[in-house]
Structure formats: C-alpha cells, structure tokens
Design a protein around this ligand. Structure first.
Ligand code: PBG
Length: 299
C-alpha cells in the first residue's frame, strides 16, 4: 500500500463531491472534502497523492495563465494539504490541458501544438507548484526537452530538493476517456498523437527514457500500465532510478463495468492487475484502486 500514489481530482469551492460515473468511489472534491479523503487514506497507509485540478471553462485561455496565478485553488489546496499532512507526499500535474482553452497539453499556434514555445510555460507552472509546497513535479505533457528546462527552473528558484517524476513513456491511448470526462479536458480539436507515443513503438520509449534520464528525471513513469507491461519491464531493467506505472482511468473503469455486471470478481481482478504491474517492475503505482485495495487487505 505504501507504494501507491492515489490520484485525486480537485474542484474549486466548498462542500463539493461530484462522483465520476465511470469510476465508482472516485469523485471530484473541493479542498475541504479532499482533506478528509486524504485523512482516510493516511489512516489506511496511503501516503502519496497526485492532485489534478478541474478548472471551469471561464478560467481557461490559450496560455494556461490560470496555472500560474498564486491565488488559484489548485495551489491553495496544495498549501493546505502540506500544512495539514506535512508527512504526506504530494505530486502535481504539469501540463497545459486542464487550463487551456484548446484542451491540449502544449501551446497551440495555427492549429499546431508547438513544443519549444510550451517549455517556458511548463517551467513557470512547475515553479509555482514548488512554491506551493509540492514534493514531486509530475510533467504529463510529453513535450520534448521539458525535464531539463523544469529542472533548471526549479534549481534556479532554490527548489533543488523538489523532485521530478517524468511521464516518460506516455502513449496516445484509448484508456484516458474517464479522466478527460472528470476534468473536462478533452482536446477541442485533433488528438494528442503528435506528442504522445505510438502504442506500436517500444524503442521510442527507450529513447524518451534516455533523454529524461540525462535531463535529470528522478523517477520515470509508464502510462497506461496494463497494455504496456513490457515497457515497464524494459525501463526497470535499463535505468537505475525508480520506475512507476499509471494504472489509468480506463483500466479502472473496465474492471468496474465488468464487476457491476457480475462478469468479474472486483477484488480478485484488482489484486491480479496491481500484482502484474508490480511484477513487471513498477516501484510505485498510480492507481484509482489504491483505497479499495488498502481496505481489501484489511478485510
Ligand atoms: C493529461 C493527462 C491525462 C491523464 C493524466 N494527465 C490524459 C490525457 O493525456 O489526455 C490521464 C490519466 C488517466 O486516464 O487516469 N495531461
């Protein structure tokens, strides 16, 4: 259980809990109720969290400028979590899509996602999050060169102890659907195939990993997990840093859907899935099953 990183969805406001239909047990929470969730998780032995913001459309623009405002509800919640639970590990999400009116992880100019122009925005976003107190920066954007740029920006701002878990091998996957619904962050046009990886390609994962490693990633993630166990395995064999896996929303929704129909035993399916991710070589697992699994072990 201590190897889990539990994803949580944050909304602005008070007393808000909006369940996500495709992932029973997972909701968007306002800060107050998220703190309560974290308290429950900590009692179950889950100590690491990755927080994603669901931002209302009126606050989105092309430059994702809301991400950098120090009064934004995401940074405020991070401050509160670290104040209430100083021993917890809080990981952030770095990408433009939750704040972008285009719904893309990078800056869109003339219908194109422009890599290099996106990098300073990601660096600023990372520094703002470090100032708010995050322990681990989680760039999920897949722009080339961002790990080095973020590392330099963090060090330059005095955050040498804030680490980076790179979404190193993030594939253009069909399994992100429920997440995009949860955050209302689907691309307004086009898809993410110019920056996320081709599921057919294994060697590109090694290249991405080599670059991230050289640029200063402290941990490297493979995402999704289940269709990519071979990628987890090969990165674990070849790189001397922790490898994590993101057991994504669609992988979670599949199990719930089948279990609700009586076609799978939920507990057994979850156990086997998580075990396989671990067996493939993941040191840490980002999973929506974290809480259910921790409770399962106590039954
Ligand atoms: C985007 C991001 C995505 C996820 C995490 N960060 C979706 C996407 O690339 O569109 C997906 C996580 C999940 O499906 O659980 N920055």
């Amino acid at each position: 259980v201590s190897d889990f990183i539990y994803p949580l969805f944050l909304v602005d406001g008070k007393g808000i809990e909006v369940p996500i239909a495709s992932m029973p047990g997972i909701s968007r929470y306002s800060e107050d109720l998220m703190l309560r969730q974290i308290e429950e998780c900590v009692a179950l032995g889950i100590n690491s969290f990755v927080i994603f913001p669901a931002v209302e459309d009126a606050l989105k623009d092309k430059e994702a400028s809301y991400a950098m405002r120090s009064d934004n509800f995401y940074l405020e919640a991070i401050r509160q979590i670290k104040a209430r639970f100083p021993e917890s590990v809080v990981m952030s999400d770095v990408a433009m899509d939750p704040y972008s009116s285009d719904g893309h992880d990078g800056l869109v100019i003339d219908g194109k996602i422009v890599n290099d122009e996106t990098l300073p925005i990601l660096a600023k976003m990372s520094v703002a999050q470090a100032q708010a107190g995050v322990d681990i920066i989680g760039p999920s954007d897949m722009m080339d060169g961002r790990i080095g740029v973020i590392r330099e920006a963090l060090d330059g701002a005095g955050f040498t102890d804030v680490s980076i878990m790179s979404y190193t091998a993030k594939y253009a996957s069909a399994f992100y659907g429920p997440f995009r619904d949860a955050l209302n962050s689907a691309p307004k046009s086009g898809d993410k195939k110019t920056y996320q990886m081709n599921p057919a390609n294994r060697r590109e994962a090694l290249l991405e990993a080599q670059l991230d490693f050289e640029e200063g990633a402290d941990m490297m993630m493979v995402k999704p997990a289940l269709c990519y166990l071979d990628i987890i395995h090969v990165l674990k064999e070849q790189f001397p840093i922790p490898i994590t896996a993101y057991n994504v929303s669609g992988e979670c929704a599949m199990v719930h859907a089948a279990a609700q129909n009586g076609w799978l035993n939920y507990d057994l399916a979850v156990y086997e899935m998580l075990l396989s991710i671990r067996r493939a070589g993941a040191d840490g697992i980002l999973t929506y099953f974290a809480k259910d699994f921790a409770q399962m072990l106590r039954k």
